[in-house]
Design a protein around this ligand. Structure first.
Ligand code: ADP
Ligand code: MG
Length: 256
């Protein structure tokens, strides 16, 4: 570590060399239920650079899923600006958001969100069907991504014929099939045992090392350990935003 005084410095330099991919400016989100207004995010400003690996933490109800849904263009803020890859997406309508989402973002959920009647292969190609991509290309890409998550021999299985970890692999393959730049995962290991969680995390590690930006929500320190940056929310505010020294020193050793 000749050139750098500390891991922290190394990571800051590495990160700041990358272009901004996600810029949130004073994002507020209120849910309105009849006459009741529920504040979920309170004036959040954040910048995330390309190829960052971020763990979003915080107690239940602190706004993690709301923030992920906004970043993932599944929802829009009540106020504030969201600049995604240089484009202000906070004012787009549902159709425009769907298009951006399909192109730029892969989303992975705690409960996998697979369609039960479809096979692993069919679940995987859904984003390409929506994008109007032809059959030959769909088949080729589905085999590639299913192979990349270690499921080449399970393509014809339906979700109920797969283990939890295998289902999540299908969901990750589906998230990757459009070659998105950003992978978002909301508690992706929340329904998995610790051994399976570790296997799933090694897939996210690899996705990030290939150049993607990865943001994941987790309650577990063991999972957050994989990320280079930890952002903690509390009551809809950023309570902590720090370099994860454990992951940073790991990276430093690997590159020296
Ligand atoms: P977390 O993911 O950190 O548990 P959420 O983002 O789900 O937190 O929720 C933040 C706050 O917004 C909570 O008070 C929650 O009850 C509220 N909330 C979340 N989604 C909705 C919704 N669809 N309608 C109304 N309130 C919601
Ligand atoms: Mg949540």
């Amino acid at each position: 570590m000749a050139r750098f005084e500390s891991c922290h410095e190394y990571v800051l330099e590495t990160i700041s060399a990358m272009p901004e991919i996600i810029t949130l400016k004073k994002i507020t989100k209120n849910y309105v239920l009849g006459r009741v207004v529920i504040p979920a995010l309170n004036n959040i400003s954040l910048v995330i650079q390309k190829n960052e690996y971020v763990a979003l933490m915080g107690p239940s109800g602190s706004g993690k899923s709301t923030l992920m849904n906004i970043i993932g263009c599944l929802d829009t803020p009540s106020s504030g600006d969201y600049i995604l890859n240089g484009k202000n997406v906070s004012t787009l309508d549902d159709n425009q958001l769907a298009e951006i989402r399909n192109k730029e973002i892969g989303f992975v959920f705690q409960t996998f969100n697979l369609l039960p009647r479809l096979t692993a292969f069919e679940n995987c190609i859904l984003p390409l069907v929506y994008a109007g991509i032809g059959r030959k290309e769909r088949d080729k890409r589905a085999m590639e991504v299913l192979d990349s998550v270690g499921l080449a021999d399970r393509v014809k299985h339906k979700p109920n014929e797969l283990s939890g970890g295998q289902r999540q692999r299908v969901a990750i393959a589906r998230a990757l099939i459009n070659h998105p730049s950003i992978i978002l995962a909301d508690e992706p290991t929340g329904n998995l045992d610790s051994k399976t969680s570790a296997e799933i995390m090694s897939i996210f590690d690899e996705i990030q090392s290939r150049g993607n930006t990865v943001i994941l929500v987790t309650h577990e320190e063991d999972i957050a350990r994989h990320a280079r940056r930890i952002i903690r929310l509390r009551d809809g505010l950023v309570d902590l935003d720090k370099v994860n020294d454990a992951a940073a020193s790991h990276k430093l050793q690997a590159s020296s």
